[in-house]
Design a protein around this ligand. Structure first.
Ligand SMILES: *Cc1c(COP(=O)(O)O)cnc(C)c1O
Length: 220
C-alpha cells in the first residue's frame, strides 16, 4: 500500500516539486518501504526518532527536520539533517550555526512562516519575516534557502489557500530583495489534504504523511 501510494503521488507531482515523506509515528520498516518506492526525502518531527531511523536508512535518503527544534537538540540535528524546514527565531538559527561551524557544514534552512497568525503556532509572523531573514543571513554556517508554512491545521483544505498565497507573496518579495547569503529557492507548503492547493499556489516542496502511510494510529 505504501509503495502504491508513493508511486501514485510521485507520478502526479510535477518534476520540479520535491516530495517529503512525513515519517512521524511510523516504523522504520514503513519508512524504508517508502524510500524503496522512490521517496528521496524523509521529514522528521523528532530528532530522536530520526537518529534511530538514520542508523538503518542513512544516506539512501535526504533528511529534513519539520518539527519544532528544541535548543538542546540542535547539535544532533546539525549532524543528521540535510535541511531544517522550521527555523523561526534567530536563537535557533544561531544555535544551528554554532554546531554546524564545528563540523564544517553549511546547513540549508527554511524560515517557517506563521501565515495563519495563530497564537499557539510556531513560525515567524509575516510582518517580521524580512527582519529575521536579514539577521540570520549574517550567519556563515546556515543558509536561508526558502520558506515553509503549515496553514490552518483543521477544516476544509481550501481554507489554507489564502495562507499559501500570503506565504508565496513573502517568498517573492524576499527574493526580489536579493539579500546576500539568502536564496529563495524552496517553498514548502501543503500536507496530505492540502498539497494540491499548495501546488497551485507555488509550493515546490510538499510534506505528505497520511497520504503515504495511512492514518496515524499512535498520534503523539
Ligand atoms: C505530520 C506533518 C505533515 C504531514 O501531515 P499529513 O496530514 O499526515 O500529510 C506535514 N508537515 C508537518 C510539519 C507535519 O508535522
Amino acid at each position: 500500500m505504501i509503495t502504491d501510494n508513493v508511486k501514485k503521488i510521485l507520478s502526479e507531482l510535477p518534476q520540479s516539486v520535491e516530495l517529503v515523506a512525513a515519517a512521524k509515528a511510523r516504523t522504520i520498516d514503513e519508512v524504508q518501504q517508502a524510500v524503496s518506492a522512490g521517496v528521496k526525502i524523509i521529514g522528521e518531527n523528532y530528532v530522536q526518532e530520526a537518529q534511530i531511523a538514520y542508523v538503518v536508512i542513512g544516506i539512501s535518503a535526504k533528511w529534513h527536520f519539520i518539527g519544532s527544534l528544541q535548543r538542546n537538540k540542535a547539535k544532533k540535528a546539525a549532524l543528521i539533517f540535510d535541511m531544517i524546514e522550521t527555523v523561526d527565531s534567530f536563537e535557533t538559527a544561531s544555535e544551528l550555526d554554532k554546531h554546524c561551524a564545528k563540523i564544517n557544514k553549511v546547513i540549508p534552512i527554511l524560515i517557517e512562516i506563521n501565515s495563519a497568525k495563530e497564537a499557539q503556532k510556531s513560525g515567524v509572523l509575516p510582518e517580521n519575516a524580512e527582519a529575521l531573514i536579514r539577521k540570520i543571513s549574517t550567519l556563515g554556517n546556515v543558509k536561508v534557502s526558502g520558506l515553509m508554512t503549515m496553514g490552518p491545521v483543521s477544516g476544509d483544505p481550501e481554507n489554507s489557500r489564502p495562507y499559501f498565497m500570503e506565504t508565496k507573496k513573502i517568498f517573492d518579495s524576499i527574493k526580489s530583495l536579493n539579500v546576500p547569503n539568502v536564496e529563495m529557492k524552496h517553498l514548502s507548503m501543503g500536507m496530505s489534504n492540502s498539497y494540491k492547493i499548495a501546488l497551485q499556489e507555488g509550493a515546490n516542496i510538499v510534506r505528505i504523511g497520511t497520504g503515504i502511510f495511512g492514518e496515524r494510529k499512535n498520534e503523539k
